[in-house]
Design a protein around this ligand. Structure first.
Ligand SMILES: NC(=O)C1=CN([C@@H]2O[C@H](COP(=O)(O)OP(=O)(O)OC[C@H]3O[C@@H](n4cnc5c(N)ncnc54)[C@H](OP(=O)(O)O)[C@@H]3O)[C@@H](O)[C@H]2O)C=CC1
Ligand SMILES: O=C1O[C@H](COP(=O)(O)O)[C@@H](O)[C@H](O)[C@H]1O
Length: 483
């Protein structure tokens, strides 16, 4: 029989994301027959109390998709067990519940510092084996060295084919749609290079602050929390060469090549090509909000905002900057990739400013959409032809048939199914994570060497002014989505 064990089953990620994902998979009849779900954490909690917490969380997310029957079915699979997962003895209650089950998927929704100890304990308890799989949440480690240490510990008990390093951005529908757009169509590929593309922007804006997560966040900052993983993965999917097929290794080989081509950033140019920021207190959309240092209760040099210019040194992308920015307490929850095409080489229209360069916006949040801005003629009998930019959306259901868009899935739904089925295409291979850490370590070392402290920014703004100057220096501006 198969079992999914959620270590950290009582924590924020599990309650807010993983259990609701499992409910939706149950609702859609996609969970494997007979699958048991065992939530494991140290706190003593009855199964009933745990299920009540899960139910509250699912109801919050269900939004028109709640079903008592579906919840009853998923609840039947769920058990809760109090364990200290860092020692073989601590795992005895779990071992008992697993009995003879050997098709085991372990999901480590715990602090990365526990990955090594938990893997050691699983091995010592005899709970590893060729049919077991382990899912590791990001970030694995906080730099290249700690990544390698954790990876070596994991490798004592699991082969690479059994290890699933999760990056939930890869489970987002639009991210997979980007693969479909690039490799399921012929029209974009001839344009997808430095001949037609001026630059690329990747923005991940969040309105929330760090809040209670500061003990974790203060060691990682925006660079390690978001850019090392989610944002570099997005960059890889935009920039990679077409893989020969969709096999996990074919895709991941191409992503690694991109990471290897990233130009290192050094202390000599770090102030020109990167920006660090940290929010202070002020007014958010719902009233006054604390600054990061007030939340943390002490001064801190950590970045809650980072923006940088990445250059990919290969034939396709030479001279095309990839600008990336992410931060907490920004004005909008917005995740998007902007492909900015070059302007027309010569305008035949009266005023050059009439012609706006084409732009493709791949929006992941708040809406999922891919749109292309093209120029067309403004209707009318004006003597001089008037142009206007038109945004064509490739959204679900915008095909004139008025189809109702499918429910927007939680990214973890896809990834949980894939991990249990052993499909690692949408997971991060060890060498990808290594290359990403190597590049990001270069940035953080350059910050340290150049003694680059974060600029402050007010909540509800798009970060420090230096973030705008990063693009202004190259004669460009961030996408504002207002036309
Ligand atoms: N929260 C989020 O939105 C996201 C989180 N992540 C990653 O997911 C992981 C978990 O994060 P999050 O849920 O926020 O963290 P939490 O602190 O909310 O949860 C951690 C969980 O681990 C359990 N735990 C701690 N020590 C042990 C132990 N020795 N044995 C068994 N269980 C233990 C805790 O329960 P108890 O104290 O009862 O043992 C708790 O259930 C982290 O790696 C984080 O970086 C990644 C993306 C987003
Ligand atoms: O991994 C993380 O992601 C979330 C943002 O995820 P999203 O799917 O809502 O965009 C971020 O808030 C968190 O700091 C980080 O650890």
């Amino acid at each position: 029989m198969a079992a999914l064990v959620l270590f950290g089953g009582g924590g924020d990620l599990a309650i807010r994301m993983l259990l609701p994902s499992l409910y939706f998979l149950e609702h859609d009849g996609l969970l494997p027959d007979g699958l048991k779900i065992i939530a494991a954490a140290r706190s003593e909690e009855s199964r009933e109390a745990y299920l009540a917490r899960v139910k509250d969380s699912v109801i919050k997310r269900a939004d028109g998709h709640w079903s008592d029957e579906s919840f009853a079915r998923v609840a039947e699979r769920i058990d809760y067990v109090a364990v200290d997962a860092t020692s073989a003895e601590g795992l005895s209650a779990l071992k008992e519940k697993l009995g003879d089950d050997r098709e085991l998927t372990y999901f480590l929704a715990v602090s990365p510092s526990l990955y090594g100890p938990i893997v050691r304990a699983l091995k010592a308890a005899g709970l590893t084996g060729p049919q077991a799989r382990i899912v590791l949440e990001k970030p694995v480690g906080r730099d290249l060295e700690s990544f390698r240490q954790i990876d070596a510990e994991v490798a004592h008990a699991f082969d690479e084919r059994q290890v699933f390093r999760i990056d939930h951005y890869l489970g987002k529908e639009t991210v997979q749609n980007l693969i479909a757009l690039r490799f399921g169509n012929t029209i974009f590929e001839p344009l997808w290079n430095n001949l037609s593309i001026d630059h690329v922007q990747i923005t991940v804006g969040e309105t929330v602050g760090v809040g209670d997560r500061w003990p974790y966040y203060d060691e990682y900052g925006a660079l390690r929390d978001m850019l090392q993983n989610h944002m570099l993965q997005l960059l890889c999917l935009v920039a990679m060469e077409p893989p020969s097929d969709l096999d996990p290794d074919s895709v991941r080989n191409e992503k690694v090549k991109v990471l290897r081509s990233l130009r290192p950033i050094s202390a000599a140019n770090v102030r020109d090509v990167t920006v660090r920021g940290q929010y202070v207190g002020g007014h958010g959309p719902d009233g006054p909000v604390k600054g990061y240092e007030e939340e943390r209760g002490a001064p801190s040099d950590i970045d809650t905002y980072v923006a940088l210019r990445a250059d990919i040194d290969n034939w396709r992308w030479a001279g095309v900057p990839f600008y990336m920015r992410t931060g907490k307490r920004l004005p909008e929850k917005r995740t998007e990739i902007v492909i900015q095409f070059k302007p027309v080489p010569h305008s035949i229209f009266d005023q050059r400013g009439d012609v706006v360069a084409n732009r493709m916006v791949i929006e992941l949040q708040p809406e999922e959409d891919i749109s292309l801005t093209v120029m067309n003629k403004r209707p009318g009998l004006d003597q001089r032809m008037q142009l206007q930019p038109i945004r064509m959306s490739l959204s679900w259901g915008v095909d004139g048939k008025g189809a109702k868009p499918p429910r927007r899935r939680i990214a973890y739904e896809r990834l949980l199914l894939d991990a249990m089925a052993g499909d690692s295409t949408l997971f991060v291979r060890a060498d990808e994570a290594e290359k990403a850490w190597e590049w990001v370590d270069g940035v953080s070392e350059a910050w340290a060497e150049a003694e680059y402290r974060p600029h402050i920014y007010r909540p509800g703004t798009w970060g420090p002014d230096a973030g705008d100057r990063l693009l202004a220096r190259d004669g460009r501006t961030w996408n504002t989505n207002d036309g």
